[in-house]
Design a protein around this ligand. Sequence first.
Ligand SMILES: Cc1cc2nc3c(=O)[nH]c(=O)nc-3n(C[C@H](O)[C@H](O)[C@H](O)COP(=O)(O)OP(=O)(O)OC[C@H]3O[C@@H](n4cnc5c(N)ncnc54)[C@H](O)[C@@H]3O)c2cc1C
Ligand code: SF4
Ligand code: SF4
Length: 609
Amino acid sequence: MGIQDLEFFDVNIPCLAACPVHTNAGLYVAAIADGDDEGAYLTARLPNPFASVCARVCAAPCEDACRRGTLDAPIAIRALKRFVTEQFGIEAGDASLVSQVASAPQFERDQSIGIIGGGPCGLSAAHDLRKLGYSVTIYEATDTLGGMMVMGIPEYRLPRDLIAKEIQSIIDMGVDVQTNVKLGTDVTFAEIKDRHDAVLVAIGATLGRGLNLEGHEADGVLRAIEFLINVNRGFSVDVGERVVVIGGGDVAMDAARTALRTDAYEAKASDPGSDRSTMTAALDAARTAARSGARHVTVVSLESKKEMPADEFELEEAIKENIDFIHRRGPARILAKDGKVVGLETIGVRSVFDDDGRFAPVFDKDDVSTIDVDTVILAIGQAVDVAAIGDDGPEITERKTIRVGDNDLATSVPMVWAGGDAAHGPRSLIDAIADGRKAASQIHEAFGGDAEQRPKGQMVKLQQFHRFDDLYDEIDRAVVPTIPTDRRIGLTEVEIGLTPDQARCEAQRCLRCFANILLEPEKCVLCALCVDVCPVKVISIVPGPEVEPERVGVSALLLDETACIRCALCIERCPTNALSMGVWSGVGVPDGVSMPIDLKMPIPVGGSA
Ligand SMILES: Cc1cc2nc3c(=O)[nH]c(=O)nc-3n(C[C@H](O)[C@H](O)[C@H](O)COP(=O)(O)OP(=O)(O)OC[C@H]3O[C@@H](n4cnc5c(N)ncnc54)[C@H](O)[C@@H]3O)c2cc1C
Ligand code: SF4
Ligand code: SF4
């Protein structure tokens, strides 16, 4: 089996393949099921310097991809990560294992790297570059590091002392930090470039987008990101009693405005509709407005509840907190009296997507209604402050982001890289962290360091195979616990951790996609017993020519690894021991952790293969 074939097994672990930093989530979930919480923590922390932050608010693309989701519901991977970070992460105090993974380097290199922007992208790059021995300086425009982790995400979702500790563990590796230094105002790009051998631009997308709607200049119209930054920085913002949040991407808003002039919005191939990151900001703005004293908070969206690109958990929490939703309406104009907002006029939306699933809303201009409001918050997307870069900086794209290569993060200026929201537009924490890590690796390579060696996994045939408990498919996904709504005052964290019993039970649901069914063809007698027993019909026996035309007169046994649920019924049934289970170590196995080969298999243990 060639390496190319082996790489298939990495991709065939859906949670691992979906994670931008390739966290081997299935491995740590299985370790939790087996009671090895320490190994689970190290596996989760190894590729991610913000494991504790991500355990609270990661967008969790691994859960969207999780194979268990094809059976009933995905594993609650993020909640399980929190279960181990609470025991061994930076928040665990003396029990923390962070120093095993992040410590000052053994030797120092000559080169110095300037990082502009102290958000998750810049900090993750600083973490990896310090580990490699480079001298690192972060230039941050505000007085606090953390970027949108502290300025955007509300405290009731992400405690500030947790972020501060996780950032401090990176600074303690020997990073020089210069706060209140804003590129474009306090320092020019040329000055920073002169001071360092390489530069990473990670200034995020920190500007709120406006909306050129009639009435948009009235008192009481706020941009979501600016509203959140002010509240998160401790300034009081008077929003009155009735607040409307207009949620949806800038494209969605353009569509609604265009509708006032035409009957339908003409979709362009690139139109994403209202994306998930914008919707997250809309929900955060609505819940923060309620905590800022508003009595009636309403989110107006083009989409129906089902169509909204929002995180389901956050949406349900907002509903529990009495946030109202008006679906399938677009903003038409903001009504003002004496320069102050008094209402929002909306028009109906007949449909949002066309038959091919493309964003192509159709409006009903005659269906007009008005809502009385004191404040309108526009959550319609964020923009990169490209003006700060100046004329001597990297090239800017038509989308007003910093241009980077198709396959790397290099900009148009030699020895200058860019990453995170500044290079790709608003995305998620884990994408920004992945960019920081990639930029660090590419900078290291530019100085002659080894390119990041893709860790090569190995397939190990198990002497025993695991069998799920007979009731494995009857365990429901754990409900992530939250505090009661009547205790959700101010900044109190809403989500709480799983108990050990809940965590072990949830972790048992994992299909362990790093396990693979191995076939020894010379032992197979094509009896088809495995075909009969497979509950998801992934094994079939077909005439040879269906696989290769020249294989006339023979049969072939096909096994679709991507659909296999690793139940091992086929192994148990096979009369000749032609089938066995192997474990693919994959990427992301920390040094000194002997997983996954030593993983105890869940009860009951099957027979020898
Ligand atoms: C309200 C809101 C909620 C979100 N919720 C989630 C969530 O739940 N889960 C999730 O995964 N993602 C979430 N995101 C997205 C996530 O926070 C961002 O994708 C991520 O923070 C981007 O990281 P970054 O480092 O690229 O930029 P940022 O986090 O924006 O950091 C950029 C840093 O650069 C600094 N800077 C800007 N301009 C300059 C300058 N000229 N000179 C020097 N420094 C400068 C900024 O002050 C900031 O510290 C949310 C975003 C928002 C706005
Ligand atoms: S079932 Fe387990 S190993 Fe498979 S994708 Fe989900 S978490 Fe990962
Ligand atoms: S382990 Fe065997 S029987 Fe079970 S789903 Fe996979 S191929 Fe089918």
